[in-house]
Design a protein around this ligand. Structure first.
Ligand code: NI
Length: 181
């Protein structure tokens, strides 16, 4: 088990498409997933995608137990999940904006439109099928992490670049603005 170095925006690997996992229930896969959870937890993240630690495979981890996350203290808990080869579908046409950060873009936040409700499926590290519906912040986190597998970072999704900046500045600035999402 190890805490891995997280690649930051500017690293070309973050812009690549990751490859599907073809073999499950292997010690190497278990240890990679452990490393991803350790890295995410150490950095107080709610999600991490394998390309962020330099692994070009379609693996994401996410989750947030109640009141354990310092970055998003007001959000609903999200089940702690490893999702491999994920597929995602919007559940309806509703789009909402919400503030996002990324461990590959430390200190910054942006207002990002996402589908409010989604269905997603994939596999855990043992090859067991996972299938869920999600909404709100849970749905947002899954969409953000799956974007990483396709070489997309959240600033590419921001519609109004005035809604992108350093978290410290935005915290002050946001007080006078309605926050959506
Ligand atoms: Ni991210």
């Amino acid at each position: 088990m190890a805490v891995k170095n997280i690649l930051r925006i500017g690293h070309p690997l973050l812009l690549e498409t990751a490859a599907p996992v073809t073999a499950f229930n292997l010690p190497e896969l278990d240890s990679l997933v452990d490393d991803m959870f350790n890295t995410m937890e150490r950095k107080n993240g709610v999600g991490l995608a394998a390309p962020q630690i330099g692994i070009k495979q379609r693996i994401i981890v996410f989750g947030m137990e109640e009141s354990q996350n310092q970055r998003y203290p007001d959000m609903q808990p999200i089940p702690v999940t490893v999702l491999i080869n994920p597929e995602i579908k919007q559940a309806d046409n509703e789009i909402i904006t919400g503030w996002e950060g990324c461990l590959s873009i430390p200190g910054m936040r942006g207002l990002v439109p996402r589908h409010r409700r989604i269905r997603y499926r994939g596999f855990d590290q043992k090859g067991k099928k996972i299938e869920r519906e999600a909404e709100g912040f849970h749905a947002r986190v899954v969409q953000h992490e799956i974007d990483h597998l396709n070489g997309i970072l959240y600033p590419q999704r921001i519609r109004d670049m005035r809604m992108f900046g350093f978290e410290q500045e935005l915290n002050q600035w946001q007080k006078n603005r309605p926050e959506s999402g």
